[in-house]
Design a protein around this ligand. Sequence first.
Ligand SMILES: O=C(O)CCC(=O)C(=O)O
Length: 250
Amino acid sequence: MARPHWAAPHSARLTRLNSLLRRNESLCVDSFIAEGWVLLPELLTPAELECLGLALERCEGAAHQQGPKRQARRDDAGSHPLMNLHEWEPAFAALLGRAPLPRILSLLFGHDPFLASMNARVVEPGEASQGLHRDTPGSRSTYEHPQLIQVVWMLDGFQKRNGGTRVISGSHRWAWARRPVACDVRHLKTIRANAGSALVFDGRIWHGSGLNHTTARRRAVFAQYRSLDWGEYHVKPRPPRTAIRARLRE
Ligand SMILES: O=C(O)CCC(=O)C(=O)O
């Protein structure tokens, strides 16, 4: 049977498929292994989304007051990721236990999920697309199992027009030296889903945010999990915090 493609639920067939996905962990795991990503549609309620949106505004306000020098470095698309959100707002911490993610991550890693970071990334109106990249570093490329998994919590719907994440399905299985060329880029898929959905992807997959043509922000929270094989991570200091930490300590 052909493997289905997941997208925003805009038909009765997709709505049924989405409800099946929410209930069927092994289908999620199979899809993740084959494609390098899986979409879990509409896990969060409108009330939760509102609460997360307000929590993000508080974090952004706190970081902003520290001035540009104290904020996180901009990435190549011009975005300012805000780091370690779960440490400052319970609404973000609550996402970590949200079913069915812990169970699916345990199945994929073979152990309880180990969170490495939780950052917000907003694609502002008019913001450029992000260069395609992998999140897993080359030093972890020889492992058969995923070493890094990102869970992208969509605070806004993702579409092609607003800079939804673009992925090359199956590229997590490419030889490490292979980089996307023009013919691969034609296979780039923009993930389209309603707010409250979670995209789970293997850090080896080539991906990046798109150009935001709309007048609205595209907000998302990235929870990054790492394999416990990645032993050295535990003895290294955590990455530098943004101004949020300094602000909340005052
Ligand atoms: O915001 C996105 O859609 C992708 C972000 C990303 O890939 C990154 O920051 O590494």
